[in-house]
Design a protein around this ligand. Structure first.
Ligand code: PGA
Ligand code: ZN
Length: 438
């Protein structure tokens, strides 16, 4: 049998790379990159942006000295992609993702991707992969995972917003519902929506009309002061929707670096100043009282030791998730694994900057039996590729906000379509993706 030389399939060669500035869900500029192959495959992606960013994330390049868009413009990054990056990538094989990403990293030449910008690099890296998939005529999740791409994720749906994402006094950033006790993604989404409606009704009734204003990720931002108030509201909403903790559990993202005082070494939460040991006891109590299955970034992102202590103490009951702790960085993840600092990782392609490094982080985590959660950012763009990444990389879990607002629902709706495409081939994780069934 004659074998057509892979290298000679010019259809996959990159023909053009074009960047432009668009705006994200907070109205801030961001960079969008479009890649076209010689076989007319098109890939397009735009960088999302975090508000509670980890210190060690890839650099987000913005035009600080330019008055337009209040210094948030990405005109320089756009120019760099249209000139330098395009020149470097045109002619390369879009299927060779690892080679492409290595080229981008070398071209940038800095440890934190600050010269070209992590935002410019992630948009380019993802657009290349999407263009290669399109050239093959494959849905993106199939391109990423082939026949193994058949596991739909359990959604962690952020329906009460606090911290840096809301104008209220809740220290904890995200209060999520986890509709894991169902058989399919579409059922999980339905149950999540039903709880969301009940929460809205409950908040309006209890706190008044202002309580149903929403935060950055589409969750409500009620005028609450204490962690327990938010948890009680979730429990009520779950009950009113006709479910209990065997169907819907709770997850938290503390994003604790945002309420940590680095000088006094205390955490400001619920009107108190807690030491890390006191905060750990506080979490332990919450886990006893509520059906909590996952806590993300419970402590300051530099304190691997206290993460490890928490994982030793309650890691058999809940997921301890590193987001700002690991920043999707294979090196930081390896360190965490060797110290037993967590049992799960939040995966955000724009934190590290390339698709290959994102894939590497997921592989390292899965090899170490860590759970993996693909995640959006609080500032999002109406692209759905992370839904495909969740299925393609078999992460089993996804975090992409409330089931409201287009930049969030585009990911949920994509998962509905993927589930339909897979039909009887699709699987949904069992509740045991979490250490305990509540
Ligand atoms: P961010 O928040 O996108 O503002 O960083 C999301 C998160 O902390 O998980
Ligand atoms: Zn987080």
């Amino acid at each position: 049998m004659a074998v057509f030389p892979y290298e000679l399939d010019f259809n996959f060669r990159i023909f053009g790379v074009k960047a432009r500035q668009i705006i994200d869900s907070r109205g801030n500029p961001t960079i969008e990159v479009e890649v076209v192959t010689e076989g007319y495959g098109v890939g397009i992606f735009a960088a999302p942006a975090g508000a509670s960013r980890g210190m060690y994330e890839a650099w987000e390049k913005r035009d600080k000295d330019d008055k337009r868009f209040a210094g948030k413009g990405v005109y320089t990054a756009v120019k760099l992609v249209n000139e330098e990056v395009a020149q470097a990538l045109v002619g390369m094989d879009s299927r060779k993702q690892f080679e492409i990403d290595k080229r981008l990293i070398e071209l940038d030449g800095t440890p934190n991707k600050s010269r070209i910008g992590g935002n410019a690099i992630v948009a380019t890296s993802m657009a290349v992969a999407l263009a290669a998939a399109d050239t093959y005529g494959l849905p993106f999740f199939k391109y990423i995972g082939g026949l193994r791409a058949n596991l739909l994720p359990v959604p962690l749906m952020n329906i009460i917003n606090g911290g840096k994402h809301a104008g209220n006094e809740l220290a904890i950033q995200e209060f999520m519902i986890v509709p894991a006790g169902v058989d399919s993604f579409s059922d999980a989404l339905r149950v999540g929506c039903e709880v969301y409606y009940e929460l809205k009704a409950f908040l309006k009734e209890t706190y008044g009309l202002n309580a149903i204003n929403v935060g950055d990720e589409g969750g409500f931002a009620p005028p609450m002061k204490k962690t327990e108030e938010a948890l009680e509201a979730l429990v009520k909403a779950i009950e009113k929707a006709g479910y209990d903790s065997s169907t819907v559990a709770i997850a938290l993202d503390a994003a604790a670096s945002s309420f940590y005082d680095t000088e006094k070494k205390v955490y400001r939460i619920d009107g108190k100043e807690l030491t890390k040991e006191e905060l750990l006891s506080f979490y332990e109590e919450l886990v006893e009282r509520y059906p909590i299955v996952s806590i993300e970034d419970p402590f300051f992102e530099e304190d691997f030791e206290i993460f490890a202590e928490m994982t030793r103490r309650i890691g058999t009951k809940v997921l301890i998730v590193g987001d700002d702790l690991f920043v999707t960085n294979p090196e930081r993840l390896r360190k965490g694994i060797s110290m037993g600092a967590a049992n799960a990782i939040l995966v955000k392609p724009n934190q590290i900057g390339t698709l290959s490094e994102t894939i590497e982080a997921v592989s390292i985590a899965q090899d170490a039996n860590y759970r993996t959660i693909i995640s959006h950012r609080s500032g999002e763009v109406e692209y759905d590729a992370i839904a495909d990444l969740a299925v393609g990389l078999r992460t089993g879990l996804i975090k992409t906000g409330a089931p409201a607002r287009g930049e969030r629902t585009i990911k949920y709706n994509r998962l509905l379509r993927i589930e339909e495409m897979l039909g009887s081939e699709s699987h949904f994780p069992e509740f045991k993706v979490f250490p305990r069934k509540p």
